[in-house]
Write a protein that binds this ligand. Sequence first.
Ligand code: IPD
Ligand code: CA
Ligand code: CA
Length: 266
Amino acid sequence: MDQFLTVAQDAAYQAGALLRDNWLKPKTIEVKTDIVDLVTNVDKAADALITGILHTQFPTHRIIAEESAVSGPESPYRWYIDPLDGTTNFAHGFPHFAVSIALVHESQRLVGVVYDPLREEIFCASRGHGATLNGSPVHVSPAATLEQGLVLTGFPYDRRKRSEFYLRFYQAFMVRTQGIRRSGSAALDLCYVACGRADAFWEWRLHPWDTAAGALIVEEAGGEMSNFSAGLFDISGDQTLASNGVLHGQMLKVLQEVMTTDPDEK
Ligand code: IPD
Ligand code: CA
Ligand code: CA
């Protein structure tokens, strides 16, 4: 496990340095599935760098990276890589983005690393060994009520087609919490819940590379992950709820209330 974590950290540091060196330089920006779904030349370069390191170190493992095809042989060991989580921020020169790398064995998350290269903050977890920020243990917040809570969210890339649906959730939390933040990096949102900078996070339709590392970091920091019906959190599912644990039931109640006002829409 130590070797997995060490390699993941090293890859995150190298890719993070690439992001840091390029975030204020001119970039080539392309549109992917929708005009709000972007990819830059730096996303692709960081992707190639990380996948290259992992292939060399673990040639028998499967690699699923956002900007490249699935690679490596069939294997119970699968790496999930987001070389640049927060591409829209990055493309605009907004200083909030990260590298996210996770290793999953069968369906168990083993290792998670999220690196914010501008703040030089590395969040790490390995199953059963807690979560750390720059080597020091982190823990979720003690917030006991939603009214005392700062919650985080994001909007998926189909948001222009389904804005009313997503805004119903936003409105419900807006009137029940101390504040909502939309940072533009789901991987960092999860880490911020893990280290107590925020108390909960919800988002629809994230991808496994967005959440695999952050979910383990939340769990290892004493927090809770689930879908919006209190079911097991699945990195391939379309519902991500993270909390400090204490607020989990209150978050679920609000999500359920909003979903039952529109049971057919999803
Ligand atoms: C996005 C970010 C954002 C979230 C989007 C993700 P990307 O990832 O995590 O916070 O709201 O749903 O797709 O495209 O910047 O890697
Ligand atoms: Ca992402
Ligand atoms: Ca990305």
